[in-house]
Design a binder for this molecule. Structure first.
Ligand code: GLU
Length: 300
């Protein structure tokens, strides 16, 4: 069982289409179901109407998902129950630190992704007269996993990541918690997504273990970038995929994923491209790199 889990903060761009296509083909080629989940757990970041626009774009590109779309914004009760389980087992601790206080800690170590690593201020208990703002997971142990595209990965959670947030100071559940609860509840066995999330995977496996949830197999596809090497996103002003030329964009996405789409597909319909893709998909052909320039930029 696979899934595509877009965050509705911007339109579907080439990079998100690649993640949708790779996850759908991997699921279908193994006779599996393929689900779509709208990751609007960060409610203020979700742009009204964007989720519906993403679903309509997927349909125009010939994607067919199984069952109902799951909306994270409707599932806060379920995430709350998971947080209570983590609290009861003392896997999480309350944290009173503000962003500014954390930024001011002298000589703070950096996490592997370059962000400030939590310096451990509230790990042993809240400072007197302080109010809990967030809940953090105690980062402990080393997580190893084999990614189907990127190979073996290893992260020492305490040193490389630090105690990470499960419930945010603004009252929202963290993506890391929501994603593992949803993947388990939806029975997802194969997570195929962009390599920008490779660095989140150790935290997710850690949470799966703490909550007694199954650990899915992971495959992280190269992230599509512009010529400056920046991930296509709302911030880098990535344009929405062109629905007017959906079959040629699908062919480009197959090429990006190393599938060598046949020249005979030029001028084919969306359903002909899908038929070719379903008959020829091989995860083993996906380039084993973290990022690649999107074809819309590499064309002259
Ligand atoms: N919602 C995440 C994103 O759009 C993807 C999460 C996932 O696939 O686990 O970047």
């Amino acid at each position: 069982m696979g899934r595509f889990a877009p965050t509705p903060s911007g339109p579907l761009h080439f990079g998100s289409l690649v993640a949708a296509l790779g996850s759908a083909l991997e699921a279908r080629c193994h006779g599996g179901r393929w689900l779509v989940r709208i990751e609007d757990v960060d409610i203020p970041r979700a742009v009204p109407g964007m989720a519906e626009a993403i679903l309509a774009t997927l349909e125009r590109f010939g994607f067919e998902w199984d069952g109902e779309v799951l909306w994270q914004s409707r599932r806060t009760g379920t995430y709350g129950a998971a947080l209570e389980r983590l609290k009861a087992a003392e896997h999480v601790f309350p944290c009173a630190c503000s962003r500014r206080e954390l930024a001011e800690v002298p000589d703070s170590a950096l996490a592997r992704d370059g962000s400030l690593r939590y310096p451990g201020t509230c790990r042993g208990g809240l400072p007197p007269d302080s109010k809990p703002r967030a809940w953090r997971v105690r980062a402990e142990g080393t997580i190893r996993f084999e990614d189907a595209v990127q190979g073996w990965q290893e992260e020492d959670l305490f040193h490389d990541v630090g105690d990470y947030v499960a419930f945010r100071a603004d009252g929202m559940f963290a993506y890391q918690l929501a994603v593992v609860v949803d993947d388990a509840e939806q029975g997802v066995t194969h997570v195929v997504r962009g390599a920008d999330l490779l660095g989140s995977t150790a935290r997710q496996i850690h949470l799966q273990k703490l909550l007694g949830l199954p650990v899915p197999a992971y495959a992280h596809l190269p992230v599509a970038t512009n010529v400056a090497g920046e991930k296509l996103s709302k911030q880098t002003l990535a344009r929405a995929v062109d629905e007017g030329s959906s079959s040629s964009v699908l062919i480009c996405a197959l090429g990006f994923l190393g599938q060598n789409p046949s020249d005979e597909l030029n001028g084919a319909s969306v359903s002909e491209v899908w038929a070719w893709a379903l008959g020829n998909w091989k995860m083993g052909r996906v380039p084993r790199v973290l990022q690649l320039v999107a074809p819309e930029f590499s064309r002259s």
